[in-house]
Design a protein around this ligand. Sequence first.
Ligand code: GAR
Length: 200
Amino acid sequence: MKNIGILLSGRGSNFEAIARNVSAGKIQAKIALVVSNRGQAPGLETACKMGLRTLFIASKGKEREVYDQEVVAALKGAQVDLVCLAGFMRILSPVFVRAFPGRILNIHPALLPAFPGLDAQKQALDYGVKFSGCTVHIVDEGMDTGPIVRQAVVPVLDEDTVETLSARILAEEHRIYSEAVCLMIEDKIRIEGRRVVLKK
Ligand code: GAR
């Protein structure tokens, strides 16, 4: 059985969606550790209530590499095979990425490569695109640049606010993140250049 490590900073709804699919047996893996850089993250509390192993590792005042090494040590200690960033609002240093090469997933609330970085839903609204969505990608050393595993598209409506668009995108995030986790856990994909393709 493979081990998943979750990193989150806030609400944790993507984590919850993955956890529900693990409980339902749709994702055949164990959530071995949930780490947050914020002690008050509601997602950490949820993980606690679910009886999962949780860890608050404070990032304030620490150099990025020092912090990342601490998190990597915790994940390695829990024998994590796949790291899922679920609203983890920190950029990973090369130290972290190289510790889990090709084994870190991130969810981003836009159709990458459009609107990387913060406030992606607001960026999409401000730009005036008619469709946006979400992307699950493998994390490389860039920001939101790694090979794309799954995407989903949602329409942008005239009456949308950041809140309504975010909610429409979030529903799709919850669906495609678990799909991508399954593909990784079941070793069903390989990377050709930038393209993630199904193994034959
Ligand atoms: C999600 O919308 C996720 O896509 C986004 O943060 C939210 C976390 O929600 N991530 C990023 O913007 C990463 N750049 P959650 O805590 O309820 O899963």
